[in-house]
Design a protein around this ligand. Structure first.
Ligand code: HEM
Length: 409
């Protein structure tokens, strides 16, 4: 089955390797002239790879899980999203207000259209509480908020909206709201295909949904109003729900070592990098002397994106590629032991760099070199799957044209 989002995913994840490599070389002063493309590095992963793949899969997945026919590709949504992404990829590094506004608006419209499409895939079947649909709808609503705040970051909207710390609101809406909730929905929908076992406690999914959604809201309101009394219960709610969800996946396969593929390790251990900033947050808030609060605020978002968001993608994206491009073969979560070890080594080195004093640039560069290396097997795998799948597609087309030279097909 052809899915146009997946080819864009392949393009952006391949660019993400170059961006990580560039950061590593720039850190070692080998390529200093490429520095300053920090936005691109993060958003090639968050928007270019994960958002693209989320748009690729949600309508079909919701339809499949609720027993409805697969919806047709919505080319209007594809075009709006990708036009918006391309305009942002140019506009943000140039800090061009008109381009940022246009790009942000197009991505906002694409997300709204996707929400409307998923909303239309409503169902009355009794199994509906055990699908990820409501996680997707809530997650995409947080994306809308994240887009408004992100688009306004360099347009002065933060002050108009009375946001105390706009960049944190942007990161929290997108990470704790959008990504966390959509990933949770994907675990609800796909973990049985990853582990060949159902979730341990299906009835826990409803409380998990409400805990995550309200936790994310408190985590957005915390920096919006600069009030830690909101962020702390938010993080407790959110993390307990996440732990509960992961236990739902882990418990059924706990004793069965054969099920513990590198892909499953990628998904589960990626969540370690969500906890790292949470553990040091109290030390930043209390301004403990000698503790590099500024360095952490500067670097923690990148460790979170490469360690958690990207790693979830390592398992998810090759799995989805295989499902779409090679439907006759069994699909497995992606990644291997090399990608698992190198991606975690990157996270450890990045965190070590924050505390390393003079060794900071070298460790920082090594972190990005490890992350770039970890991406390589994933990108090669995606390339192989896409080529094989498209090759068969072309072959089938050629055969159908030769069988029917009049072109009736
Ligand atoms: C239309 C969509 C988006 C727009 C317009 C946008 C815009 C921005 C801008 C202007 C920055 C500040 C960059 C800087 O200070 O150097 C930023 C940072 C950031 N954004 Fe977004 N963003 C969008 C979507 C997302 C999504 C979907 C995520 C998902 C997690 C995300 C995660 C982040 C993170 C983690 C940072 C901090 C990067 C760092 O500190 O290096 N953004 N974004």
């Amino acid at each position: 089955m052809f899915n146009p989002y997946l080819l864009m995913t392949l393009l952006y994840i391949a660019l993400a390797v170059l961006a990580a490599l560039d950061s590593s070389l720039a850190g070692l002063n080998v390529l200093p002239w490429f520095n300053g493309l920090r936005w691109l590095r993060i958003h090639l992963i968050t928007l270019g790879t994960l958002t693209e793949v989320i748009f690729a899969v949600l309508p079909g997945l919701v339809a499949e899980r609720t027993g409805q026919p697969r919806p047709k590709t919505r080319w209007d949504i594809w075009l709006t999203l990708n036009a918006g992404l391309l305009i942002l990829l140019i506009g943000i590094p140039l800090v061009n207000a008109a381009l940022i506004f246009t790009g942000g608006t197009l991505v906002f419209v694409a997300a709204t259209l996707l929400i409307a499409q998923l909303n239309g895939l409503r169902t009355t079947t009794p199994t509906s509480t055990l699908t990820g649909r409501r996680f997707y709808l809530a997650g995409l609503s947080y994306l809308l908020l994240g887009i408004i705040v992100g688009t306004g970051l360099w347009l002065g909207w933060g002050a108009a909206l009375r946001i105390a710390v706009p960049i944190e609101v942007h990161i929290h809406a997108n990470n704790w709201g959008f990504m966390s909730l959509v990933f949770a929905g994907l675990l609800v929908d796909l973990s049985a295909s990853f582990t060949q076992r159902p979730l341990a406690w299906p009835r826990s999914i409803t409380p998990i949904f409400w805990m995550m959604t309200s936790g994310a809201l408190l985590l957005v309101l915390g920096p919006w109003l600069k009030n830690e009394a909101l962020s702390v219960p938010g993080i407790v709610l959110h993390l307990s729900a996440t732990g509960w969800l992961l236990m739902n996946v882990i418990k059924p396969v706990w004793a069965d070592r054969r099920k513990w593929s590198p892909g499953l390790w990628h998904i589960l251990t990626g969540y370690v990098w969500i906890i790292a900033p949470v553990l040091v947050a109290p030390l930043i808030i209390l301004k403990v002397p000698g503790f590099p609060g500024a360095g952490i605020e500067q670097n923690a978002p990148q460790a979170l994106i490469y360690g958690w968001v990207l790693q979830f993608g390592y398992a998810l994206v090759p799995y989805l590629f295989a499902r779409f491009f090679l439907p006759n073969q069994p699909a497995r979560p992606g990644g291997n032991w090399f990608s698992l070890i190198t991606v975690h080594a990157g996270g450890v080195l990045l965190w070590a760099s924050i505390f390393a004093g003079d060794a900071q640039p070298a460790l920082h560069a090594m972190a990005y070199a490890f992350w770039a290396a970890s991406l390589v097997p994933i990108v090669l795998d995606l390339w192989r799957i896409a080529r094989e799948g498209l090759g068969r597609f072309e072959h089938a087309r050629v055969e159908s044209i030769t069988d029917d030279p009049a072109g009736a097909n």
